[in-house]
Design a protein around this ligand. Structure first.
Ligand code: BGC
Length: 374
């Protein structure tokens, strides 16, 4: 594993943590250019989720280490606020916008405003859809995230008839579709062969013989099992599902939960149901609270998406644009209008068995954040 956070810029080189055995040092940006103060702006969706606070912190660490002044604005989970933020940054004269959209489609208007002002638009983690005004996409391999979640459930299941509860992210987030697609690819054959029985989605049951779903079909299922990326919604939906389910639909259950925040909410709801004997529940983001849940046996797994890598890639892309170059492309993602050049990063499945190596030894979080680590 190579977790990398090295900036080599104008003679100023900063290395942040890398301690794994197979250490590989990669320089993410070899350049003589600087990010001039005010030339890059960053817009993140919400402070209500630890995931995006984490991105802010990791950006600040990397930018401070390199001596850059970059403004980071939050959209307060509102597309209108997001557009205001983008317009404010355009007025201040940014040349590159790094933006994680609150709503994939609604953000097209903000991206177009930036494009019209001659600003390069880097879609960060979530793809902005339905517009050609996106220059680049830095992301994790989101299909691999969903596949890792699905595979974890498959690996833990024995016999047939295992109750399966499906949950998804917000339908306004393109990633929610990619995570679900990755999970479905792995789970569907195991639903078809009887290993799992879907308990909380009639729409998913209606489509359970289809190995590959169209976007509309996924949308129909997601509409029924969405958490809206909201902890309270996730908890209410899980409780509603458990209220309707019979005792025979519970017992030892398997839960596809899309991310850590919703996983904790859903896990708490299942843990509180006396007809649930045991549960296996997925997650993603390696949030501190969920890593603690994994150590405590309350969440089964998470998917580590090393935000340091994403931040490095976003800053490298910004520098490339400021130098009049094109950032490194390894892939494209279709956003409904164009194939957006992209660089997806690998992800790592983490459970109790590798939590120390993947999370602590890699320098991702300090051991002092946790109790009960062996
Ligand atoms: C991100 C996840 C995050 C979720 C909710 C997704 O687009 O990729 O890391 O947990 O949004 O904010």
């Amino acid at each position: 594993m190579a977790i990398v956070s090295v900036f080599s810029l104008t003679g100023c080189k900063t290395t942040t943590t890398e301690t794994t055995a197979t250490e590989t040092e990669t320089t993410v940006a070899e350049t003589t250019a600087e990010i001039a103060a005010g030339s890059v702006g960053i817009v993140l969706p919400t402070k209500d989720e630890p995931r995006w606070i984490q991105d802010e912190t990791r950006f600040k660490d990397a930018l401070a280490a390199a001596g850059y002044e970059v403004e980071i604005l939050f959209s307060e989970a509102s597309s209108a606020k997001e557009k205001e933020n983008v317009e404010a940054l355009i007025t201040k004269g940014i040349q590159v916008l790094i933006i994680c959209p609150q709503d994939s489609t609604a953000a097209a208007a903000a991206a177009e405003a930036a494009r019209d002002a001659g600003v390069k638009v880097v879609s960060y983690d979530r793809l902005i859809t339905d517009t050609d005004a996106v220059d680049y996409y830095v992301t994790f391999d989101s299909i691999a995230v969903g596949a890792a979640q699905g595979q974890y459930l498959v690996d833990k299941a024995t016999g047939t008839g295992n109750p399966l509860y499906l949950y998804a992210g917000a339908a306004t987030d393109n990633n929610a579709f990619l995570f679900f697609e990755g999970g479905w690819n792995v789970l569907q054959p195991k639903i078809a062969d009887g290993t799992f029985v879907i308990k909380n989605s009639s729409e998913a049951v209606a489509l359970q013989d289809k190995a590959t779903l169209t976007r509309d079909e996924m949308g129909t299922i997601i509409g029924q099992i969405t958490t809206n990326w909201d902890f309270d919604d996730a908890k209410s939906l899980a409780e509603a599902n458990l209220t309707v389910a019979k005792a025979a639909d519970k017992g030892d259950v398997f839960i596809l939960a899309p991310n850590d925040g919703t996983a904790r909410a859903i896990a708490d709801a299942f843990a509180a149901d006396s007809d649930v004997t045991s549960y296996v529940v997925t997650g993603q983001d390696a949030e501190i609270a969920s890593v603690q849940y994994i150590i405590d046996g309350k969440q089964s797994m998470t998917v580590l998406k090393d935000v340091r890598t994403l931040v490095s890639d976003a800053i490298s892309a910004a520098i490339a644009y400021l130098e009049g170059k094109t950032p490194e492309q390894t892939n494209t993602y279709n956003n409904g209008v164009i194939d957006v050049p992209a660089k997806p990063s690998a992800v790592i499945a983490v459970d109790k068995s590798n939590v120390k190596a993947a999370i602590i030894d890699s320098g991702y979080w300090e051991a002092s954040e946790f109790t009960g680590l062996e």
